[in-house]
Design a protein around this ligand. Structure first.
Ligand code: MG
Length: 169
């Protein structure tokens, strides 16, 4: 079969599959932290976040299959996170999304240099999605700060977050 993507693009997307599945693992770990604190709304919000990450991983995976490209599934690391506070867990999630954005931007940059229009078109969805991910992570941090770490505020925020429903990407 005709090779559609360069080795560099193939490698970057293979690595991105691992990063997206790692993101799911990381969010499950954050959900676990909130569950331990009795904050089941936060926990549910992050479990849905993990579902979305699996969808992201599957989109990259399918893109390689659709182009007859080889897929190499790498090891997914343990998240091994420690959080000092509720706000700290939220900040880690924003930091992680910023890292994922920069990783996707690198693929975009390479595809631009290679004039790989097919990959650029595919990545456009992710460019928009990352803007959304960073925005929602930032909103959570802001809302948590607005509670001033007051129990009643955190309780109400937990109730609000419990209303999020999963929609496949
Ligand atoms: Mg993602």
């Amino acid at each position: 079969d005709k090779i559609m993507l360069s080795d560099t693009i193939n490698n970057l997307i293979n690595q991105q599959i691992t990063k997206e599945f790692f993101s799911a693992y990381m969010y499950l770990d954050i959900a676990n932290y909130f569950e331990d604190k009795g904050l089941t709304g936060f926990s549910s919000w992050f479990k849905i976040q993990a579902h979305e990450e699996l969808d992201h991983g599957m989109k990259f995976y399918q893109y390689l299959h659709d182009n007859n490209e080889k897929i190499i599934l790498e090891k997914i690391a343990a998240p091994n996170q420690h959080f000092d506070s509720l706000g700290d867990a939220l900040k880690e999630s924003l930091k992680h999304e910023e890292y994922v954005t920069s990783s996707i931007n690198k693929i975009y940059e390479e595809a631009t240099n290679e004039k790989d229009y097919r990959t650029l078109e595919f990545l456009n969805w992710f460019i928009k999605e990352q803007a959304e991910e960073e925005k929602s992570a930032q909103e959570l941090i802001t809302k948590m700060e607005l509670t001033d770490h007051n129990n009643r505020g955190i309780y109400l925020l937990d109730r609000e977050l419990s209303k999020r429903t999963y929609k496949p990407a």
